[in-house]
Design a binder for this molecule. Structure first.
Ligand code: IMP
Ligand code: MG
Length: 339
């Protein structure tokens, strides 16, 4: 997979962190780039340790991967430096000179603004106000922060050169399609476009260089904060189905609905998906937990996957069967060009 974009298909928390970390280890990728900001928490469970990453690319688990943060990303320097420490990735992190900076006053504004905190239900991390300052051309950039000095780099140049030299690069999107400022359920969205094209734009790589767009769906839909969620389940029903989840960043209980095929179709279109990953299939069919071969799946689970492929006219290449990175069925060899 030369250049792969990984994007969420619903409202975030589909399990992009797990998918990206799996690809990094399996494909021995050369570069991973994180977009977005600290509002997004990507969970990676590796060797029984749970990492909740808010800026470091989930590919950090592969020790030779270069870990970059895009020019379009919004960096909270304190959180980034803590994560570099936690993941011991000092020697391989690079931050684009032009990534913008979240300051304390952005966080205060996000939390004290009633409209943002109550109506929209933001994560309170200052991301929206920081982006607004960037639009006003008042934001500080990474190059203005001495503590980030030794990590500064030209991410667009690194990525384009790597792709031209046949290296393997993953662009890790954050949030998801329907939290997009342009294509989501406005105004209940995040402060930026989150679709595949926007991920490329944040990094500085053009659409012609993209080989694969992998859209990640969870076996059910979750959302945190306000906004529509068709067929939303009651708390009682969520508990009964064992689909209870808490937000990685905010700890809020996530709202839940069953898999939504209409949303999925639109996500495939908006991102020009070439592949699909389905995570947490074990939440629908508990017998699947930990399975690694498609043939092992119960008949019902196979039918479910085939139904999704038929409806979405796109191959399901990865199926998540548990929380650990290795709990996955990988069908890329049979089903995709760059497998
Ligand atoms: P903001 O991105 O903090 O401004 O929040 C705007 C909306 O996007 C709120 O509904 C948040 O709960 C939601 N949101 C932001 N980031 C994430 C994420 O990583 N996962 C899920 N929802 C998110
Ligand atoms: Mg998350």
């Amino acid at each position: 997979m030369p250049l792969t974009v990984v994007v969420g298909g619903f409202f975030g928390d589909e399990g992009k962190g797990k998918i990206v970390s799996y690809l990094a280890l399996k494909d021995k990728i050369d570069i991973a780039v994180r977009t977005g900001s600290v509002n997004a928490g990507h969970t990676v469970v590796w060797n029984n340790v749970t990492y909740r990453l808010r800026l470091i690319p989930s590919a950090f688990v592969y020790e030779n991967a270069r870990l970059l943060i895009a020019a379009g990303a919004n960096v909270n320097p304190k959180i980034l430096l803590e994560e570099i420490e936690m993941t011991k990735t000092h020697g391989r992190v690079g931050i684009d000179h032009q990534a913008s900076i979240i300051e304390e006053h952005h966080i205060e504004e996000d939390r004290s603004d009633q409209y943002l905190s109550k109506n929209i239900g933001t994560t309170g991390q200052g991301v929206g106000p920081a982006i607004a300052d960037r639009v006003r051309r008042k934001a500080k950039l990474a190059k203005d922060i001495p503590e980030l000095g030794k990590y500064l780099t030209d991410v667009a140049l690194e990525v384009n050169e790597a792709v031209d030299n046949g290296k393997k690069v993953i662009l890790e999107g954050t949030q998801a399609t329907f939290l997009s400022l342009y294509h989501g359920t406005y105004p209940y969205v995040t402060g930026r476009d989150t679709t595949a094209s926007a991920i490329c734009s944040e990094v500085g790589v053009g659409p012609k260089k993209v080989d694969e767009v992998l859209v990640v769906f969870k076996a059910y839909v979750t959302r945190v904060g306000g906004g529509p969620l068709p067929n939303e389940l009651t708390l009682e029903e969520i508990e009964k189905r064992g689909w209870i989840e808490k937000g990685t960043v905010t700890g809020r209980i996530r709202r839940v609905a069953p898999f939504n095929i209409e949303y999925a179709k639109r996500a495939i279109m908006l991102n020009s998906a070439t592949q699909i990953a389905i995570t947490k299939i074990d939440a629908l069919f508990p017998e699947c937990r930990g399975m690694k071969q498609f043939e092992e799946l119960p008949q019902e689970a196979k039918k479910y996957v085939e139904w999704i492929e038929e409806e979405l006219k796109t191959p399901v290449t990865l199926i998540g069967t548990g929380a650990e990175i290795e709990d996955i069925i990988d069908l890329r060899k049979d089903k995709c060009k760059h497998g």
